[in-house]
Design a protein around this ligand. Structure first.
Ligand SMILES: Cc1cc2nc3c(=O)[nH]c(=O)nc-3n(C[C@H](O)[C@H](O)[C@H](O)COP(=O)(O)OP(=O)(O)OC[C@H]3O[C@@H](n4cnc5c(N)ncnc54)[C@H](O)[C@@H]3O)c2cc1C
Length: 311
């Protein structure tokens, strides 16, 4: 069984930052990632608010850069899916789909996955007009109308990308004011081919082979928006299932931690979007990762010194 000081689960911004900080402090670190480095931003066109990049940076560029920074200080990477974590005499056993690992401490950084609208037609037309990635699928809608569901930063950022490709973009969000950052809202609202429908919700996705129209319930009643695409950004679900029953979670399923980013299980830390109370921002995820790494380093040194005294 491969044995390391620290296993980090997830190679998003939180996990990659944690790994680099812990390795730079002398720990033997292994990051387990099921897909590719970068996490949620791996397909995002432009990140405008990550410190150090005044002109913005592609999300697809940031992940590999963070990975490189970790690799340069000795972080190892494993492409696998963690299926469960069990406390053991030496720390933790990390059960992956292809292998089993042992670690003295673990940082959970599995982030979150997209919430669906759960309306008729959405699942049937997934991949046939229903999408979650403007920079991957936007070009299919050149010269057409698309609807974006959601009022947060992801929805507005993606709407901006789509506005550069599609003929028209209609943003549908439930609250009176969008939750996205003010500057983003101002920039997107000023685009000539963007229309915003507040206090409205999507009731159904219409079409036989492909998306043809979106049914919207708004203050003026039900309407039908002709559209070839629907891009959904209506919130996230924390990926905490692999530690269900082991750690405490909030009502949304995010993991509760103390001020040292430690869960109720000593040696098991959490960072990034997965942490209860986290801001869904890349800079916050990086900060979480660095703090969780520092706490994990302290934890490992403490148990090592207790072991030496006992010996
Ligand atoms: C479309 C979009 C645009 C955004 N734009 C911005 C922006 O411009 N600025 C900003 O600050 N924030 C933005 N965000 C938010 C930002 O992406 C998140 O706050 C950030 O990615 C959280 O990082 P994380 O490391 O906690 O988790 P994630 O990025 O979600 O990474 C988690 C990683 O863990 C992996 N994983 C999950 N489960 C397992 C498992 N069991 N085994 C192995 N690996 C696993 C996943 O594959 C993933 O790679 C955006 C989000 C979206 C969806």
């Amino acid at each position: 069984m491969t044995s390391v000081d620290l296993v980090v689960v997830g190679a998003g911004t939180a996990g990659l930052t944690a790994a680099a900080v812990a390795a730079a402090d002398g720990l033997q670190v292994l990051v387990v990632e099921q897909l590719a480095p970068g996490g949620q931003i791996a397909t995002v066109d432009k990140i405008r608010n990550f410190p150090g990049f005044p002109d913005g940076i592609g999300g697809y560029e940031l992940g590999p850069l963070l990975q490189q920074q970790g690799a340069d200080v000795g972080v190892d990477f494993l492409l696998d899916t963690v299926e469960g974590i069990d406390p053991s005499a030496n720390g933790f056993v990390v059960r992956c789909a292809e292998t089993t690992l042992e670690a003295r401490a673990v940082i959970l950084a599995m982030g979150s996955r997209r919430r669906a609208l759960d309306v008729p037609g959405e699942a049937d037309l997934e991949g046939r007009g229903v999408s979650h990635c403007a920079s991957c699928d936007g070009h299919f809608f050149r010269g057409k109308t698309v609807v974006v569901a959601g009022g947060g930063d992801s929805a507005f950022d993606e709407a901006e990308v789509l506005a550069g490709i599609a003929k028209d973009v209609v943003i549908v969000h439930e609250s009176a004011k969008p939750r996205a950052q003010r500057l983003t809202v101002e920039r997107v609202s000023a685009l000539p081919n963007v229309r915003i429908l507040p206090e409205a919700r999507i009731a159904a996705v219409g079409g036989t082979q492909e998306v043809e129209h979106i049914i919207v319930d708004g203050p003026g009643g039900r309407s039908e928006e002709p559209a070839a695409g629907l891009f959904v950004y209506v919130g996230l679900i924390p990926n905490s299932a692999i530690v269900a029953g082991l750690v405490e979670t909030d009502d949304a399923g995010a993991i509760i931690a103390d001020r040292d980013f430690q869960t109720a299980v000593p040696g098991l830390f959490v960072a990034g979007d997965l942490r209860s109370g986290a801001r869904a921002l890349l800079a916050s995820a990086a900060g979480d990762g660095a703090s969780a790494a520092a706490a994990a380093v302290r934890h490992i040194r403490q148990i090592a010194s207790v072991g030496e005294v006992a010996a």
